[in-house]
Design a protein around this ligand. Structure first.
Ligand SMILES: C[S@@+](CC[C@H](N)C(=O)[O-])C[C@H]1O[C@@H](n2cnc3c(N)ncnc32)[C@H](O)[C@@H]1O
Length: 385
């Protein structure tokens, strides 16, 4: 259908579909039919217009010219993350890369934008067509060869580097077993043995046990949400672990195996960014704020000074209470609390149930952190800032 949408009648249908807005799909379909657009082209144009609207969050203004499949958009890397990766490969001297399982081409396009030649391999024919169309509409076709083929059969002899972002979804669900990824982990894990300069993009929750020997494992967050893990293999590895935060571009590196010192609750609580926690860099972060943990298993860092840091949200600790619903209710009532924000790490308590149990009635706002201090369930009253 992508080919039809790129013909003059298809483009006209798409322009019309985009101008109709998302509010009433039935009225939009009727309007397209009134303009003489055949039913199947009208449906394709409306779907594409809707995907373009949704794609703005990942692709910015380019989304208005690009093509998408629903699954391809869901799995696509967002532009700032893909551009960062491409810039790093380019800085490492990579001039050509094979993108194995390129999807709709988000990473492929970023590599090409960075001036890297791309062999983009995609097994699903409609998705491969979309990747090729995207390279064309963004003026990058000269650097991109899209091949509709099984990545497992790709000839990698002519490329400087390999990038692989295996599919980790089937239908609507996520696939957690690496053997069920596509291509499967056996194939993916063998890639650095074939082309040393290999980058693997994986889910944020990927087990550290999968990190190839000697590889750098990076976790990336955008606006505090961890969006991916990336394993940089062979000559691309610079440090054992890295946490990269966007849009600030703050980077924390370390070994990933150091334990942070443990001490009492102190005046300021720091809640580290998820990328720092996933990369096992809490000790490295704690050192930057002269901080300690209050429990060896819980990734909250405490310090006496209100250090400014891009790596964590900071709270001032106002009160420390052994956790008890009754006790907390009494303290919140005393403070006239009507609105309660609940944060937690290391506590089984359900925040909604807790809020109900507090029977809040005042006008003040409060934030409570449910956690453990030296193994003991504890509630901290805190103030964000
Ligand atoms: C996670 S998506 C890639 C997303 C891409 N990096 C992006 O940002 O747009 C994985 C893709 O791999 C494709 N794929 C799965 N198994 C494959 C195989 N054996 N050969 C080629 N492509 C494959 C899927 O069809 C899917 O489009």
């Amino acid at each position: 259908m992508i080919d039809e949408l790129r013909t003059p009648p298809g483009e006209a249908a798409l322009v019309l579909a985009s101008s109709l807005g998302a509010a009433d799909p039935l009225a939009a379909a009727a309007a397209l039919r009134r303009h003489g657009v055949p039913a199947d082209l009208a449906a394709a144009a409306l779907t594409q217009a809707e995907l373009r609207r949704r794609a703005v969050a990942k692709f910015g203004p380019d989304a208005a010219r690009m093509f998408f499949t629903r699954a391809g958009l869901e799995q696509a890397t967002r532009v700032p993350v893909a551009d960062r990766r491409a810039a790093r490969l380019s800085a490492a001297g990579v001039r050509s890369v094979a993108d194995l399982g390129c999807g709709i081409g988000a990473d492929t396009l970023a590599f090409a934008r960075a001036g890297i030649r791309v062999l983009a391999v995609e097994a699903d024919p409609p998705t491969a067509s979309v990747a090729a169309a995207n390279a064309a509409v963004l003026g990058l076709a000269g650097l991109v060869e899209v091949r509709c083929a099984d990545a497992r059969a790709a000839d990698l002899s002519g490329v400087d580097a390999v990038f692989c972002d295996p599919a980790r979804r089937r239908g609507t669900g996520r696939v957690f077993d690496p053997r069920a990824w596509s291509p499967s982990w056996d194939f993916v894990a063998a890639l650095p043995g074939r082309v040393p300069a290999t980058v693997l993009k994986l889910a944020p929750g990927t087990d550290h046990a999968l990190i190839p020997a000697g590889a750098e494992a990076e976790w990336v967050s955008v606006d505090g949400d961890v969006v991916e893990a990336a394993f940089w293999c062979g000559p691309l590895a610079e440090v054992p672990r890295r946490a990269s935060l966007l849009p600030s571009r703050a980077v924390l590196t370390g070994s990933g195996v150091v334990a942070a010192p443990v001490g009492p609750v102190r005046r300021y609580l720091f809640d580290p960014d998820g990328a720092v926690v996933r990369a096992h860099l809490v000790a490295e972060f704690a050192a930057t704020v002269d901080g300690t943990l209050a429990d060896p298993q819980i990734a909250y860092v405490y310090s006496d000074a209100p250090a400014a840091t891009p790596f964590a949200r900071r709270y001032e600790v106002l009160d420390v209470l052994p956790f008890s619903v009754k006790r907390l209710r009494a303290v919140l009532r005393e403070r006239g609390t009507g609105r309660l924000t609940v944060k937690k790490r290391g506590s089984p308590v359900d925040p909604d149930q807790l809020r109900t149990a507090m029977r809040l009635s005042g006008t003040a706002e409060a934030t409570v952190v449910l956690t453990r201090v030296a193994g003991a369930p504890t509630a901290l009253l805190v103030e964000p800032g």
